[in-house]
Design a protein around this ligand. Structure first.
Ligand SMILES: NC(=O)c1ccc[n+]([C@@H]2O[C@H](COP(=O)([O-])OP(=O)(O)OC[C@H]3O[C@@H](n4cnc5c(N)ncnc54)[C@H](O)[C@@H]3O)[C@@H](O)[C@H]2O)c1
Length: 333
């Protein structure tokens, strides 16, 4: 549909008459082919958006591609760490809803918890996902590098592909003064939040490399990696999350040529067991947290679904080495 605004109708015709010859390139289909050499191969479903509109036959009856193709995770295979509960489980379900064939949820307990079991039943019943929509549970420890590589290989052997990795396993220790911070505890946090994220990304990344289809690695960083949390002596957690932000940038630069994208999501305070356990010991902190977000509240895990699916999908195909805040504006003050 062409909308004509009063007094503006002549812009296109003026451009056509006087400016088009001076544009560096036109938007005809033939020029898009030449540009393709600069912009890389097209996805299997071909052109989308304006380029598709320009080349489509006048008799065609096109349907939208934005959710059917760009955001779709149809047939994709994913590994999500820390997915027995919380943000990891929320994102695992979001991937299934976006069409993923199988999402492997790795976490510490030998058997999945009640929450995971219920979500699994729900996922099985979901209609219209475009895939089998399978959640699988794997008991594992992200700090065990060899075991994590084996997990990746086992999934690769079984599924014949690996497309998405979400490294969500993480731990937070209570308030501890930096000048007397016990080395053992510091090491523990770094081990899970930094080494564990690396080993998870390696496990999936090795398989992405093996199958040669590219992939998307998403690491859950935090606003705590961008600055200290006001009112909380969390040196270990803050340090670990800063390391995750840099890890993603370094890996993105190394893996870009293989079309393996690496990005981070930085949530602010989200209402999960992690924050719940902390608030149980410090209930007076709740009000301070709420006030620190311009939206005047903390977040829900489901508010991370969109960012996760967007980063996992072709809809973000030109994003790598970047961090994305899902924070109620926390960093905007
Ligand atoms: N909740 C928040 O406010 C918030 C904010 C910013 C970032 N994050 C980050 O999001 C991620 C998920 O946090 P959450 O709030 O869902 O926490 P959560 O405690 O509810 O979930 C974390 C999961 O990681 C698992 N895990 C811990 N150590 C592990 C290990 N060694 N191997 C495998 N799994 C392990 C836990 O068992 C748990 O199921 C974490 O990386 C956290 O730092 C959380």
């Amino acid at each position: 549909m062409i909308t004509k605004f009063r007094g503006v109708r002549s812009i296109t015709s003026q451009l056509g008459a006087r400016r088009c010859s001076r544009l560096p390139f036109s938007t005809t289909a033939s020029t898009h082919t030449a540009l393709g050499q600069l912009t890389g191969p097209l996805p299997p479903y071909g052109r989308v958006g304006v380029a598709r509109a320009l080349e489509v036959s006048p008799t065609a009856e096109p349907t939208p591609t934005i959710f059917a193709n760009e955001f779709s995770l149809a047939d994709h295979v994913a590994l999500v760490s820390g997915a027995n509960r919380g943000i990891g489980l929320e994102m695992a379900l979001a991937l299934v809803e976006a069409g993923a064939r199988s999402v492997y949820c790795l976490d510490l307990p030998q058997t999945p918890g009640e929450e995971w079991m219920k979500v699994n039943e729900f996922a099985k019943k979901l209609k219209g996902t475009g895939g089998e929509g399978r959640l699988e549970y794997i008991s594992g420890d992200v700090t065990d590098q060899e075991a994590m590589w084996n997990v990746g290989k086992t999934i690769g052997d079984r599924e014949g592909r690996m497309d998405i990795c979400i490294a969500a396993a993480g731990i937070l220790k209570g308030d501890t003064s930096c000048l007397t911070y016990p080395g053992k505890q510091f090491k523990q946090v770094i081990d899970v939040n930094v080494n564990g994220v690396l080993f998870t990304a390696q496990a999936a990344g090795q398989q992405m490399q093996r199958f040669g289809n590219g992939g998307s690695i998403i690491m859950i960083a935090s606003i705590s990696g961008h600055g200290a949390n006001k009112g909380h002596p969390w040196t270990s957690y803050n340090t670990s999350k800063s390391a995750v932000l840099q890890m993603a940038r370094s890996m993105a630069c190394e893996l870009g040529p293989q079309r393996i994208r690496v990005n981070t999501i930085s949530p602010a305070y989200i209402n999960t067991s992690m924050t719940g356990q902390f608030l149980a010991t410090r209930p007076e902190v709740e009000e301070m947290w709420v006030e620190q977000h311009p939206l005047g509240r903390i977040g829900r895990p489901d508010e991370l679904r969109g960012a996760a699916v967007w980063l996992a999908s072709d809809a973000s195909s030109f994003c790598t080495g970047s961090d994305f805040f899902v924070s109620g504006g926390y960093q905007a003050w």
